[in-house]
Every structure is written in C-alpha cells, then in structure tokens.
Design a protein around this ligand. Structure first.
Ligand code: GDD
Length: 389
C-alpha cells in the first residue's frame, strides 16, 4: 500500500492530542494532517488558548477547538456530529483508539461513514495491564485501526474488533532533522562549551522516560569523562523532582535543565548532541510503557547515536550496537556502559550516526508513512463498509 490515492477525500479528525502541545501523539497527528488531504480536512481538537489559535491559523486544514478536552462525552459527540454534518466527510479519523473509539458507533451512525483510529503506546499498556475488554469495546465499530510497532500489535491483536489492522509507525521529517545542521546555537543557549562531550535527552519529563536514571549515573560518567555535560530538554510533571535531583549532585554537576525548546529549534537541539539517551522503563504493571519513541528517530535522523530503554516497542526504534544501544532502563551499570562506550569512541559515534541516518531515511520517513495512511483511508472508503447501527 504505497501508491498515492487517486482522489481527494474529505476527512473529519477528532483528537485530544494536537500541537502546539508537545508529545508523540501530537507529532503523529500533526504530520499526518499536514500530508494527507490537508485542504479537505476539519479537525475537532482540545482547547489550547491563544497559542492554539496562532498555531491553527498557519495550518492548511481547519481546526475547531472544543472548550475542554476531547474525550468520549455527550458534548464532544454533539460537537463532532454538528461539525461533521456541515463538513460532510467521507471518513472519520480518531487520533487515538482509547478512549476515543467509544465515539465510533455514534459518529458512524450519525454521519454514515467509516471510522478509522490510530493507536499508540497507551492502548498496548492497557492490554498488558488487563484492560483488554476496554479495547474490544473501543474497537467494535472501527473500520480500521493502525498500530505503531510489532510489540504494540502483539499486545493488541487478541482484543481488536476492527475489520482491519495496519502497521503505521510514527516517522520523522528527514529534511528537517539532518546531520548537517549546526548545533552551536543550542550549545550556546545551554552554556555548553563547543568542545564538551554532550549527552542529551530531549523528551517530555515523565518518570517513564528515565531522566532520573541519567542523573543517577551522571557523577560516574563525569569521573570517566571530565567536562561532559548532560542536557535534559523538555518539560513535564517530573520537572521539579529532576531539578531537586540535579541540585543534590552538588556544585557544577555538569547538568543543564534546558526546559522546553520551541518546535522550530528541535532539529538544532539534536544536532548539538554527541549522544542521545532516553533509557525508558515500563511502569505500573505494564500500563505506562513506551510504544516506540519518535525522539529516537529524531536523534538518528540527526546522525546521533541513540540509547533506548527496553520498554515496549522502543527497542524497535534503534538497531542495537549499530545505530545506538538498547539497555535495561533500570540497570545503572548498563546505562553507564552504553554512555561510556559512545563517549569514548568518536569514530564509532560517527559510524553509528551514518547508519542511523540511512536507517531512518529508508524506514521512518513521514512521506512514506503518510502515503500508506492515505491508501488505508482510500481502501476503507472504497470498500464501503456498512456503518454499524
Ligand atoms: N518542541 C518540543 N519541545 N518538542 C518536544 C519537547 C520539547 O521540549 N520534548 C519532547 N518533544 C517532542 C519530541 O521531539 C517528539 O517529537 C515528541 O515530543 C515525543 O514523542 P515520543 O518520543 O514518541 O514520546 P511520547 O511519549 O510523547 O509519545 C507516545 O506516542 C508516540 C506516537 O505513537 C509514546 O507512546 C511513544 O512511544 C510513541 O512513539
């Protein structure tokens, strides 16, 4: 399914995850919206204030912001049906399967069109934590569901009631994230000398991502690599705890808490790094798990080796030993060994960077992924699946 579809479809999207908020689902949704029938698409998205309005104005698709979150409530259903009746879509797309799949029966019936949903890491976490019945319910009226990795597909498969499952991993914009970019400005902004070995984690600050483990091993890395700097970029609920941990490392620990970087500055931030590290780990009995990890793709597209944690589908984003290292995110020794290895060997870093770049160009480009999604919508609409009623 790689051919561009022959006709323009009218699509209605419903999503609670939409820029300007940062995050993987937001990236996923935005990149598909930009590339798949953008001018005949209307999106019903969550409240986002003035930033949201400025963001929406720049997009080729039209966005209708709800006054709150996009969850399967009667109010959201009414808004979506109202917008749908005006827009007359050929197909409805849900930005996430759970919980939005609960709206599929209402939307399918009211608008008389098939409903397709994307899935991410959370749905696989729900399956792992014993909530398979929730997924069976949420997928019972879907014409198709997409899965982001072999691991998530394996977790979800027993519970999916949708007519079709299609693998649709997230990707990376290989023209924006590029090894030729100059990271000097990002280093300058973070106060990092141009010749200091720089390890970075650019990600939402949540416990699963493992920034706490990076801080825990950092004194040992500094002992082996004096002058090395750890940059933790991003914001999130774990922010203040990470700041306390960094402060507890004493004066001059070689740690920068850089905060959120604007979307435009992300590629240069990656280009500033020598090694990317996000040693993620699974939590809460499997519920809090990494589906894949777009950040690993962004690092590799930038020619930077990536250290990933063995959680969910994350190991699928890196070729262990070739484009980076896969570690147990709860094993400080393994994290130290991986960081030490890449920091000690500039030639190996450069080779891994080249291999990572080749890999993302061939497998993880949004262009290819968006074509696959456009073909799926085409098939679903053409097959004229009867709408549940
Ligand atoms: N602009 C900006 N600023 N973007 C940021 C920042 C920041 O400070 N921090 C993180 N991001 C961006 C990253 O660059 C990346 O594009 C995205 O937010 C994070 O995506 P993931 O690494 O995929 O993580 P996630 O936990 O938010 O996403 C979930 O869904 C993804 C898509 O299906 C997880 O399940 C992932 O495993 C999955 O890949």
């Amino acid at each position: 399914m790689t051919a561009r579809p022959s006709r323009q479809l009218r699509t209605l999207w419903l999503t609670n995850d939409l820029p300007p908020r940062a995050g993987g689902i937001e990236q996923f949704v935005a990149n598909l919206l930009e590339r798949v029938h953008p001018t005949s698409t209307v999106v019903v998205g969550p409240a986002a204030g003035l930033d949201g309005a400025a963001h929406d104005e720049r997009q080729p698709y039209r966005t209708v912001r709800h006054s709150g979150s996009i969850l399967p409530t009667a109010r959201v259903a009414r808004l979506a049906v109202e917008v749908g009746r005006l827009h007359r879509p050929d197909v409805v797309v849900l930005g996430a399967t759970w919980p939005l799949g609960e709206l599929a029966p209402t939307l399918g019936r009211a608008l008389g069109v098939p409903v397709v949903a994307l899935s991410h890491g959370l749905e696989a976490g729900i399956a792992q934590a014993g909530g398979g019945w929730l997924l069976a319910r949420a997928t019972r009226d879907l014409a198709a569901i997409t899965t982001i990795s072999a691991w998530t597909e394996e977790q979800l498969a027993p519970y999916l009631r949708a007519s079709r499952h299609v693998r649709l991993p997230p990707g990376v914009d290989v023209a924006r994230f590029h090894p030729d970019l100059d990271g000097a400005q990002a280093r300058h902004a973070w106060g990092v000398p141009s010749d200091a070995p720089l390890v970075g984690c650019i990600s939402r600050l949540v416990p699963r991502k493992g920034q706490d483990q990076l801080l825990a091993v950092w004194p040992e890395i500094r002992r082996r690599h004096p002058g090395a700097v750890l940059a933790l970029v991003g914001e999130g609920p774990a922010g203040s705890e990470l700041a306390q941990r960094a402060a507890a490392l004493g004066p001059d620990p070689g740690v920068v808490l850089a905060g959120r970087v604007p979307w435009e500055a992300l590629p240069e931030s990656h280009a500033a790094l020598d090694v990317f590290a996000m040693p993620c780990r699974t939590r809460w009995g499997g519920l809090d798990v990494e589906g894949l990890g777009i950040v690993y793709l962004e690092a590799q597209a930038s020619g930077v080796p990536a250290i990933a944690g063995r959680s969910g589908g994350a190991p699928e984003a890196v070729i262990d030993g070739v484009t980076g290292t896969v570690v147990d995110g709860e094993d400080p020794r393994a994290i130290i060994d991986a960081l030490d290895r890449w920091l000690s060997d500039p030639a190996a870093r450069a080779a891994a960077g080249r291999a990572g770049r080749r890999e993302v160009e061939s497998r993880w480009s949004w262009t290819v992924i968006a074509d696959r999604f456009a073909s799926l919508l085409d098939e679903v609409v053409t097959s004229g699946r009867p709408v549940a009623g």
